[in-house]
Each structure stands twice: as C-alpha cells, then as structure tokens.
Design a protein around this ligand. Sequence first.
Ligand code: CMP
Length: 143
Amino acid sequence: MEKGKFTFTIIKPKAIKQGHMIGIFNMIDQAEFKIRAMKMTHMSIDDAKEFYSIHKDKAFFDSLIKFMSSGHVVVAVLEKENAVEDFRNLIGSTNPAEAKPGTIRHKYASSLTENAVHGSDSNENAMKEIAFFFSRREIFNIQ
Ligand code: CMP
C-alpha cells in the first residue's frame, strides 16, 4: 500500500447520540493523528446511498443507509504518516465482536452496522471521501 499522509473518518450517528465524540477524538489524538479538517453534518438518504454505492448490492445496504442518515455525523480529515493503515489499525475490525482491546470499535461500537466509526480503506478512497464532504476552502493544502 502506498503510504499516504491523509485519511478520512466518519463518527457515526449512534456514537454521536451516545456522546462518544470526545472519547473517540481523544483516542485519535493519543494515536498522534492531526485533525486537518472537521465538521458536524447530516447525510441525507441520497448522500448515504452515493457515499456507500460500492455496497449497493449487499444485503446490508438498506439498513446501512437508514442508519447513516438517522442523525448527525462528524466527518474529519486526519493526517499522519501511513494514515490509512494506521487509522484502520486504531479503529479495529469492521465487526466489533472481532475488534481488539484498545481499538475504537472495541470500546465504542455496538454492531456491524452501528460500528461507531468509518475509516477509508485506501489512499485513493480517502481522497474521494474527503472530496465528497469537504470543499477546497475547508481542506486547504491537502493533496
Ligand atoms: P464502514 O467502515 O463504514 O464501511 C461500510 C459499512 O458497512 C461498514 O463500516 C459496516 O458498518 C457496514 N457493514 C459491512 N459489512 C456488514 C455486514 N456484513 N452486515 C452489516 N453491515 C455491514
């Protein structure tokens, strides 16, 4: 994997509703990621369908879309050497039942769909996902 400097995360609706945003950003900070852009926003059903279009044929697609549009999310651009891989290690397995102690999903996720956070799976997708949520002004000097 090419070692890029940026990744993208979504703190998902249930984690926001449960008040875990600060705890999650504390773990992100402790792991020495720099926050380069961040905002609270809401994904419409169409936004969620577009963002997760790669999963459109999966059985879990409808429940994923319903969940991701069910409340506010916080989206952020994170900077660190080898950001994508290091952040995926920090968040842990997609299924929280398999996430190791010390990971964000082990601490804060409740199910496969409601798994607290999203993290980009490649440098290319990180850049696409950042561009989906942030304008050029908000992501000054990120490439
Ligand atoms: P995320 O990292 O946001 O990327 C896609 C999401 O789909 C994933 O987190 C999970 O929330 C969800 N997902 C992936 N696999 C499954 C599954 N087998 N059942 C339900 N939801 C899933």
